[in-house]
Design a protein around this ligand. Structure first.
Ligand code: HSE
Length: 433
């Protein structure tokens, strides 16, 4: 059976998971793909990770990734370093050396996908990145192959396991934000900088990758309006549930003749919505297209073995393609990469319903004052609730609005927040139908 040599750069959680999977499932991978995936060299700058690296004792261990790039026997380089550098140097070095690439690096792809894909295409090489979005969920290859005949109208979902784990813990009411984050870190789900999970940046990286594949436009993470989960309080989760909503951090991309809507933010969704039942570190991605209708892909969004599953799938895919299909391998996927300049919608022009939590002094005229400002900006109220408190104390007032322009909402909130009876910044959470 043909053997394909692999070099793995980066032996963190996912890297060691990939090595274990290639060792333990070597036979079934060979049976199914017709190729033996042989790890020839592993690389990490940390000597203890090199020492503990699971896998074949025959594989070489090195702290210098150039040992992999310079080795003419290595066919595929797996980049699992994460972050921008040296990951970009590793990937470009591998392609320039004539090697195919598998990567899980969403932050890098969301910034430099065009440079990487164009370099690969110019060399007739393949770059696969299934593990970059949704852990074990096969969304990337589904978009590139199974759904390729569709005009996609919308793609959205729960793209970050850590944020979803924290929000799920808050909704069950038995765990603090910090404790939930700590558990996510211990499970190997969170980024090495968990700020990326909480700020929404990791979801924005993933949304940019999905949107560029779905809509064929030049989307980068900076094009995505991004808000994280730190302003969401347990009381918001409880209030939302009272009106039949759950709160999820969603990445949303919707296409219309007005342009592409790209946003990541905490979102109220109906408890009956399929995404409401996606809990813990799980991810789910909803896609809507003209031929396939609606589809929901659900599964493990993060973690050692789920992410390794996607990396190994990409490796087997490239290995069988280069072994059995000798013509220009890049031609198969070239059609997807005819990108148009991004035509995006301004966040201010998007119309959404809102959940608003005001912190106000409980005294006569306060509700009238707030509703007066909302009405000044053409914002219509759908529901109001206020907890009972003694006059003069601070109380939360929660208002659900009908759809309003984001730009008008921002102006109204800024005016309301400057009123003397408003004691702290208003919590604003958008609602998705
Ligand atoms: N930190 C990411 C998450 C890992 O929590 O989803 C998977 O990309």
């Amino acid at each position: 059976m043909k053997k394909i040599n692999i070099g793995v750069v980066g032996l963190g959680t996912v890297g060691s998971g990939v090595l274990e999977a290639l060792r333990d499932n070597r036979d079934i991978i060979a049976e199914r793909s017709g190729v033996i995936l042989e790890v020839k060299t592993v690389c990490d700058k940390d000597p203890s990770k090199l020492e503990q690296a699971p896998g074949d004792d025959r594989s070489l261990r090195t702290a210098d990734f150039n040992d992999i790039l310079k080795d003419p026997e290595i066919d595929i380089v797996v980049e699992l370093v994460g972050g921008i550098e040296p990951a970009l140097t590793v990937i470009k070095g591998a392609l320039n050396a004539g090697k195919h690439v598998v990567t899980a690096n969403k932050a890098l792809l969301a910034e430099s996908w065009k440079e990487i894909i164009e370099l690969a295409a110019s060399k007739g090489l393949l770059v696969r990145f299934e593990a970059s979005v949704g852990g074990a969920i096969p969304i990337i290859n589904t978009l590139r192959e199974s759904f390729v005949g569709n005009r996609i109208n919308a793609v959205y979902g729960i793209l970050n396991g850590t944020a979803n784990f924290i929000l799920t813990a808050m909704s069950s009411g038995d765990m603090s934000f910090q404790k939930a984050l700590k558990i996510a870190q211990d499970k190997g789900i969170a980024e090495s900088d968990p700020g990326l999970d909480i700020s929404g940046a990791d979801s924005a990286h993933k949304l940019a990758i999905l949107a560029m594949l779905c809509f064929g436009q030049e989307v980068y993470a900076d094009d995505v309006y991004t808000e994280g989960i730190s302003s969401v309080g347990t009381q918001d989760v409880v209030n939302a549930a009272r009106w039949g909503y759950g709160i999820k951090l969603l990445g949303i991309a919707k296409n219309s003749e007005k342009g592409l809507e790209l946003r990541v933010h905490p979102t109220l969704i109906r408890l009956s919505h399929l995404l409401s039942g996606v809990n813990g570190a799980d991810n789910a991605i909803y896609v809507q297209g003209d031929l396939m209708g609606e589809s929901l892909l659900y599964g493990k969004g993060a973690g050692k073995y789920p992410t390794a599953s996607s990396v190994v799938g990409d490796l087997a895919g490239i290995a069988s393609r280069i072994s059995f299909w000798k013509k220009d391998p890049a031609a198969v996927s070239a059609g997807i990469y005819k990108f148009k300049k991004l035509s995006s919608r301004k966040m201010e022009d998007i119309e959404l319903a809102y959940y608003l939590r005001f912190s106000v002094i409980d005294k006569p005229g306060v509700l009238a004052g707030i509703s007066g400002v909302l009405s000044e900006y053409g914002i219509s109220i759908a529901n109001v609730a206020q907890e009972e408190r003694n006059e003069g104390e601070t109380v939360p007032v929660v208002i659900i609005t009908h759809k309003a322009r984001e730009g008008d909402m921002r102006k109204a909130i800024s005016k309301i927040d400057s009123l003397d009876y408003v004691t702290s910044g208003t919590v604003v959470i958008r609602i998705e139908d």
